[in-house]
Design a protein around this ligand. Structure first.
Ligand code: UDX
Length: 455
């Protein structure tokens, strides 16, 4: 079956999906109402920062499989599948996903549907959205031959292309045979490479997305609490993560302690799930706790830094490496820095910061911060170096140069990028998250442990 796909929304999920479907041989048009965004894309320039995406867009265009347009109506009639990849932000108030953009797409396509079409939600949407969209379309166009399906996405920023092309699984939610066949045909190239496909109902597929993100957020929050506990016993959370992660029922991934999770998905989707569950009369108390522990963590990170600098930040200059929500992205959405840095400033600290990709976006969001051209420039004369994200260049600092650049040789590493002993030997006062001084040495001497499995 040679399918034609239209993707509505040239944002993160829409663009990555469009470029990847084209790479897999499908003819795709990605539609967005933002003319300047589409203009840039037509010229082969990606408006978002994602490794490998520019190349993939160019490849799709050169093969004649990837097109861009602002004219949604024109791209509906001949599409076999229309993907909705628009934003579903937390609505103001209770965090329930705001479905206005999804509804607007359904209303825009209804009058122009022609031939059999499957409308697929790729945006993260509450359970029941598929059913609601179907009812809406049947009202607007009783004669249209259309089904609504769900195909949630599990892309991580920074490795979204690989996550799309080599996923752990594909989740397809459809309530009838015809819609299912279309989706299966579209994903055949991945199924042929032995990617597991979970075929299910729309509601289950919709919930899988929230449940997956909430579970991962829970894992991170759990290890963050264990890190705090480790500190009380001079134990080592990296070794603890390995010790539990080798149990296959737990698994080694997403057990990196840090300053709390951020980004466009985990905070929004945990809040979304909490309200969805509340409204459905089945509250998720565990997820509620995860959400509030993660919020508190950012405040406690600021407190930790203040404490390590003697209790007062008046007259203190802090060098901060990394302000985005994680490495490998320019995305500032719900970055822990947005909470931590203003708290440090309010306590009197001056901040000198550097980020390899995020400074342009961060400038307006973090007023009063001075921005620098590299890690050493940011560190000049500072009383401590605070590492907030895990860029590989932050793992490979010239320690001698850094020690001489800082005003005081203190490093507060909230991503555990360095071995405590190495840093102490290099002359730093080194603080990290959840790591004691002895554990590694004991395990190393038995030749047993490397603690880097938990990435
Ligand atoms: C996430 C999900 O992984 C993806 O499946 C979903 O579809 C979208 O949301 P993303 O937000 O890009 O992807 O980032 P991810 O790599 O999952 O990290 C999220 C946050 O958790 C970051 O702030 C990161 O620093 C933090 N994190 C992650 C940890 O603190 N520890 C970990 O072990 C892993």
């Amino acid at each position: 079956m040679q399918l034609k796909v239209t993707i509505v929304g040239a944002g993160y999920v829409g663009l990555v999906s469009a470029a990847c479907f084209a790479h897999l041989g499908t003819s795709v048009t990605c539609v967005d109402r933002d003319r300047s965004r589409i203009d840039r894309l037509e010229q082969g320039e990606s408006p978002i920062f994602e490794e490998g995406l520019d190349e993939l867009i160019l490849e799709g265009q050169q093969r004649g499989l990837l097109h861009f347009s602002t004219d949604l109506a024109a791209k509906v009639a001949d599409a076999d599948l229309i993907f909705i990849a628009v934003g579903t932000p937390s609505s103001k108030g209770d965090g329930y996903p705001d479905m206005a953009q999804v509804e607007a797409v359904a209303r825009a396509i209804a009058p122009v549907l022609s031939g059999y079409t499957v409308l697929v939600t790729k945006s993260t949407v509450p359970a029941g959205t598929g059913r609601w969209l179907e009812t809406l379309l049947r009202e607007l166009r009783p004669d249209a031959d259309v089904d609504v399906a769900s195909n949630p996405e599990f892309l991580r920023e920074g490795c979204a292309i690989r996550d799309f092309l080599e996923p752990d699984r594909v989740v397809l939610g459809a309530d009838n045979e015809r819609a299912r066949d279309h989706l299966q045909a579209l994903y055949r190239p991945l199924a042929d490479r032995a990617v597991p496909v979970v075929m299910t109902t729309r509601e289950t597929a919709e919930l899988i997305k929230y449940a997956g993100n909430a579970f991962l957020a829970t894992k991170i929050t759990f290890i963050n609490e264990m890190a705090d506990l480790c500190e009380k016993f001079d134990a080592d959370v990296e070794v603890l993560a390995r010790g539990i992660g080798l149990d296959r029922r737990i698994g080694p991934l997403f057990l990196k302690a840090g300053p709390g999770y951020g980004g466009s998905c985990f905070p929004k989707d945990t809040r979304g799930l909490i309200t969805i569950a509340e409204r459905a009369g089945a509250p998720t108390r565990l997820v509620e706790a995860v959400n509030s522990i993660n919020e508190d963590r950012k405040a406690s990170m600021a407190e930790r830094i203040r404490g390590l600098l003697g209790g007062s930040l008046e007259g203190i200059t802090l060098a901060v490496l990394g302000v985005t929500f994680k490495a490998g992205t320019d995305d500032m959405r719900e970055a822990p820095s947005l909470d931590i840095l203003p708290r440090l400033q309010a306590a009197g600290a001056a901040i000198q910061a550097y980020d390899p990709a995020g400074m342009e976006h961060a400038e307006n969001l973090l007023p009063g911060v001075s921005w620098h051209e590299d890690a050493y420039d940011a560190a000049t004369g500072a009383d401590a170096l605070v590492i907030l994200t895990e860029w590989s260049q932050f793992k490979a600092l010239d320690l001698l140069r850094m020690r001489e650049t800082l005003g005081q040789p203190m490093v507060i590493d909230l991503r555990n990028l360095y071995e405590p002993q190495v840093m102490r030997d290099a002359g730093f006062v080194y603080h990290s998250v959840g790591r004691g001084s002895r554990t590694k040495f004991i395990e190393r001497s038995l030749g047993v442990v490397s603690s880097d499995a938990a990435e």
